[in-house]
Design a protein. Structure first.
Length: 227
C-alpha cells in the first residue's frame, strides 16, 4: 500500500468481526496500522453492540462463525443503516451464501485466505464508494466532507454550522481573500447585522474545527484559507 492510499484510510473507523484468534490478531495488526480506529468482535452480538455505540465507516466480517452467522448480523444492521460499508470474508464459496450476500449492498466479497492483493482490492473498492461524495483535503490531512457538512481529522469529527459550511466552501472555491463585505452578503444572509463581536465569535468557533493556522486574517481586508 502506498502512502497516499494509507493516508486516505487513516480517516476511517473499522469494525472487524472474526472468531479465529490467529486470523484476527494477524489481520488486526494490519488494520490498526492503516485505519484511524479498529474495533474487534468475536461474535455477532459483540459486533452489533459496537455498531450501536460507535461511529463506524466500514465493517469487515467473516460469514461462518463458530456460534452464529455474519450475514445474519449484516441483515440486522441493514434494517437500521443502509449506508455503512460492508466487506464480507469467507473460506467458503457456497453459492447460497454468496447469493444471500448480494442482497446486502456489499463493497466486496473476499474468499479466504486474504492475500495482500485481495485486501488492497477490497479497500480500494471501499474508498471508491466515496468518489461521488465531495471531499476536500485541507492542511495536516484534515478533510472537509461537503455532503456531510463536517471536517474530519485522525482523532475527531467536527460538525459544521450552516454559516461555517458556506464560509468554508467559499474559501475553498474562491481560493483568495474573502472580504468582510462578502462575508456579510454571502454568509451572514439571515437579516441580522454582522457586528464585529458576532464575526469575532464566529471566527473563534470556526477556527477550533480547522487545522492549526489554516485560516489567515488579512488585516483590514478579510480572511483566506491556507492549504
Amino acid at each position: 500500500m502506498n502512502k497516499e492510499f494509507i493516508s486516505k484510510l487513516k480517516n476511517f473507523t473499522l469494525l472487524y468481526l472474526e472468531d479465529e484468534d490467529g486470523i484476527r490478531q494477524n489481520m488486526g495488526a494490519i488494520f490498526q496500522s492503516i485505519f484511524k480506529k479498529v474495533y474487534f468482535a468475536t461474535n455477532t452480538q459483540e459486533a452489533y453492540e459496537i455498531f450501536l455505540n460507535e461511529k463506524l465507516d466500514l465493517i469487515i466480517s467473516d460469514i461462518r462463525l463458530k456460534r452464529d452467522n455474519g450475514i445474519d448480523l449484516i441483515k440486522r444492521i441493514r434494517k437500521d443503516n443502509t449506508k455503512i460499508r460492508v466487506i464480507i470474508s469467507s473460506a467458503h464459496t457456497d453459492l447460497n451464501y454468496m447469493l444471500d450476500a448480494t442482497e446486502l449492498n456489499l463493497v466486496k466479497y473476499i474468499i479466504k485466505p486474504i492475500s495482500q492483493t485481495k485486501l488492497n482490492q477490497a479497500l480500494e473498492a471501499f474508498l471508491n464508494t466515496y468518489k461521488d461524495d465531495i471531499i476536500y483535503k485541507l492542511k495536516n490531512n484534515f478533510l472537509f466532507d461537503e455532503s456531510k457538512s463536517q471536517i474530519i481529522d485522525q482523532k475527531k469529527v467536527y460538525k459544521l454550522t450552516k454559516k461555517e459550511h458556506n464560509f468554508l466552501k467559499l474559501l475553498i472555491k474562491k481560493n483568495r481573500i474573502i472580504s468582510y463585505e462578502e462575508i456579510q452578503n454571502l454568509i451572514w444572509n439571515d437579516n441580522n447585522v454582522m457586528s464585529q463581536n458576532a464575526l469575532r465569535v464566529f471566527i473563534k468557533n470556526f477556527r477550533k474545527k480547522l487545522p492549526t493556522d489554516s485560516l489567515n486574517n488579512i488585516q483590514g481586508l478579510g480572511y483566506r484559507l491556507l492549504f
